[in-house]
Design a protein around this ligand. Structure first.
Ligand code: NAD
Ligand code: ZN
Length: 262
């Protein structure tokens, strides 16, 4: 009788096309706060009396840039002060083992890239924290750390417009290229879809899992707390990414002959 982690390893061993979906919970093991769920900063309202989805929204950046930037800066400082963990490294290793292993992340911390996940198979659906750019004239600024240590909101040196990071705020459009790549790859189908450390709050995170399951792919979730996905995947593993992923890797051997092989 295989353990749940061994079952997942077997599914990975046998899969050709794999999609790994990650959320803030993966970086929680690097000490970054999540929004919701276990260790969530904003399971209720922010200190400013509005939900995080309102504070970190496109309309709020226009209406009250200082308030929006207060939370952007909180996230930015946390990211600059932390590093990828073994979970990010295991995922990069899984991608090295499988040339058709894709990664869809909601994280804006850049840790997947830093841990070695290949750019050409990484979809950062919520953008990245840097470089900041001016909303009025487009002027860029690479020095996020210096800007976060100075007065907020950061203003453009050329035209005094409000600077912003290339992240997708709540109520903003997703980056066209990322969406295009995601749906192109979904169109080709996946044999295994694995969601790690996400509260699965967005349809474009839930849909790839359900679509894959509908065509007979194996679907799994790793999260210490149950989410809307937990009852809809083939295998739910209750645990922290940092505990589960290294053990998963220890059971992976891509050269193994699969039971389901002809
Ligand atoms: P979320 O905060 O909504 O949910 C985090 C999930 O991770 C929860 O379900 C929680 O139970 C789980 N979790 C907590 N600790 C874990 C661990 N050690 N291992 C595995 N799972 C763990 O995050 P989300 O689903 O990614 O979506 C929310 C939004 O948050 C996104 O828009 C994202 O851009 C943004 N965000 C990003 C970062 C980051 O870049 N690191 C950090 C916070 C929020
Ligand atoms: Zn400007």
């Amino acid at each position: 009788m295989l353990s749940p982690i061994e079952q997942l390893a077997q599914a990975f061993n046998c899969a050709e096309r794999v999609l790994i979906i990650t959320g803030a919970g993966l970086s929680a093991d690097s000490g970054l706060p999540t929004y919701r769920g276990v260790g969530g900063l904003y399971n209720s309202n922010t200190n400013d009396g509005v939900p995080i989805e309102v504070a970190l929204s496109g309309p709020m950046l226009q209406r009250d840039p200082a308030l929006c930037w207060k939370y952007l800066a909180e996230l930015g400082r946390a990211c600059l002060g932390a590093q990828p963990n073994q979970g990010h490294e295991v995922i990069a290793q899984l991608q090295r083992l499988k040339p058709h292993c894709w990664l869809l992340t909601q994280n804006i911390d850049g840790f997947h890239r830093a841990a070695g996940s290949p750019d050409e198979r990484l979809i950062e659906i919520h953008g990245q924290l840097a470089p900041l750019y001016c909303q009025s004239c487009g002027q860029k600024d690479d020095d996020l750390a210096r800007r976060l240590a100075a007065a907020l909101p950061p203003l453009c040196r050329r035209c005094a417009g409000v600077m912003r990071p290339p992240v997708v705020l709540f109520e903003e459009m997703l980056p066209e290229k990322a969406i295009h790549t995601l749906y192109e790859q979904l169109g080709e189908g996946f044999d295994l879809v694995l969601a790690i450390g996400t509260s699965a709050s967005f349809p474009y995170i839930v849909e790839p899992v359900l679509r894959a399951r509908a065509i007979g792919a194996f679907t799994a979730e790793i999260n210490p707390a149950r989410t809307d996905l937990s009852d809809r995947v083939d295998l739910y593993i209750a645990g922290r990414a940092l505990d589960v992923l290294p053990e998963l890797l220890s059971h992976i051997s891509v050269n193994r002959i699969c039971k389901s092989s002809p």
